[in-house]
Design a binder for this molecule. Structure first.
Ligand SMILES: NC(=O)C1=CN([C@@H]2O[C@H](COP(=O)(O)OP(=O)(O)OC[C@H]3O[C@@H](n4cnc5c(N)ncnc54)[C@H](OP(=O)(O)O)[C@@H]3O)[C@@H](O)[C@H]2O)C=CC1
Ligand SMILES: CC(=O)N[C@@H](CCC(=O)OP(=O)(O)O)C(=O)O
Length: 339
């Protein structure tokens, strides 16, 4: 039994962690932490979550709260985990952090994209970037993992093998991605209100979205990224375009490269058809595809994930499974919920 604390248990990612952990054989939610909902029973904060965990109280975090805890999942607003990570690691806990605090290797990049100085730059080296398909061995040996952002996960999984194989020019990458509204979290905001989102499709964060930095870091590319908000609850679809590298290839070469790269991956499926977000809803799955267009000499690559699954809670659990030497797929369904 691995005693697990969840920071941000009262948020959307917290709820998804608790839902997925219901079927996990080893990770047991033991202490749950929140902010404004501290003092409430979990069952009243997330009425959809049943079982013994519903009776636990959402607590306010303090260092003594980690007595006897083996693993901390942190799903907090950006900037919060850098205040507490040192204390968590000093206690010997393993930490999977989903905020952006420790994803960028360079504190100067953090300051540039997040508009504030990093509070714990000395800890950055201790975190491994949390996409198992890229960094599996390092995650296995890590005490601390910075799970990737949701948009970067979808685009990186679609494009990384194509860059590694030299099929596309990494200086020419364009990523258009659309997210479901749960990607913005539980708090009520005008931009994510029903009347704003329903029946509408909009772009935001033009040229400045912080996930650009993660994509560039992990892909070694220059990325023009435009996020979009789609009128759905869950899911991200990234559509990525890049100029083909010099030389000839047939239209299916990118697809063959993806098939080879992901042949042994439990959670990444390569599809002949362009994927839909519903294929992966509620799961830790990712579906990717790609083609070369000889007419425009461009490659188009697509990646679909559930922002709360492979883009958040699923990926956190996949990383934790590796860190504790468990079966990587423990507790993680690969099939989506459809219809
Ligand atoms: N939603 C998604 O699809 C994804 C989210 N993420 C990232 O994961 C993190 C959590 O996201 P999400 O669950 O959607 O967010 P929510 O807004 O739904 O939840 C935030 C959680 O953090 C708690 N919290 C807020 N402020 C503080 C604070 N100052 N100290 C301690 N706890 C605090 C909240 O507690 P309370 O409710 O009790 O006030 C709540 O439990 C964010 O960094 C987000 O960017 C990353 C990938 C995907
Ligand atoms: C739809 C929506 O608003 N999505 C969020 C990104 C999701 C997220 O939580 O960001 P991190 O992965 O960096 O934590 C946004 O664009 O700010």
């Amino acid at each position: 039994m691995i005693r697990t604390a969840i920071l941000g248990a009262s948020g959307y990612v917290g709820a998804e962690l608790l839902r997925l952990l219901e079927r996990h054989p080893a990770l047991v939610p033991t202490r749950l932490f929140g902010d404004s909902k501290a003092g409430q029973k979990l069952g009243s904060v997330h009425p959809q979550i049943g079982g013994a965990v519903a009776a636990l109280e959402v607590e306010r975090f303090g260092p003594e709260a980690l007595d006897g805890i083996d693993l901390v999942f942190a799903a907090l607003p950006h900037g919060e985990s850098q205040k507490i990570a040192a204390g968590i690691l000093d206690r010997g806990c393993r930490l999977v952090d989903l905020g952006a605090d420790f994803r960028l290797r360079d504190a100067a990049d953090y300051a540039r994209w997040y508009g504030e100085e990093h509070q714990a730059p000395a800890l950055l080296d201790r975190f491994v970037f949390g996409i198992p398909e890229l960094h599996r061995d390092a995650i296995r040996g890590a005490q601390a993992v910075a799970a990737a952002g949701c948009y970067p996960t979808s685009a990186i999984l679609a494009c990384k093998p194509l860059i590694d194989a030299g099929l596309i020019d990494p200086a020419s990458l364009i990523v258009d991605a659309a997210s479901g509204v749960s990607g913005a979290g539980r708090a009520v905001k005008e931009g994510t209100a029903f009347n704003t989102v329903d029946g509408s499709y909009s772009a935001y964060g033009l040229l400045t979205h912080r996930h650009t930095a993660e994509m560039e870091q992990e892909l070694g590319a220059t990325v023009l990224f435009t996020p979009h908000l789609a009128p759905m609850t869950r899911g991200i679809l990234a559509t990525c375009y890049a100029a083909a590298a010099a030389g000839e290839m047939d239209g299916d070469e990118p697809l063959r490269v993806l098939r080879q790269a992901y042949a042994d991956e439990p959670f990444v499926r390569v599809s002949d058809e362009p994927p839909s977000t519903k294929w992966v809803a509620g799961s830790n799955g990712a579906v990717v595809t790609a083609r070369y267009d000889p007419r425009t000499r461009r490659v188009v690559a697509l990646g679909a994930i559930d922002n709360l699954g492979k883009g958040a809670a699923g990926q956190m659990i996949q990383c934790a499974n590796l860190m504790f030497g468990l079966d990587e797929s423990s507790g993680l369904a690969a099939s989506g919920v459809f219809p």
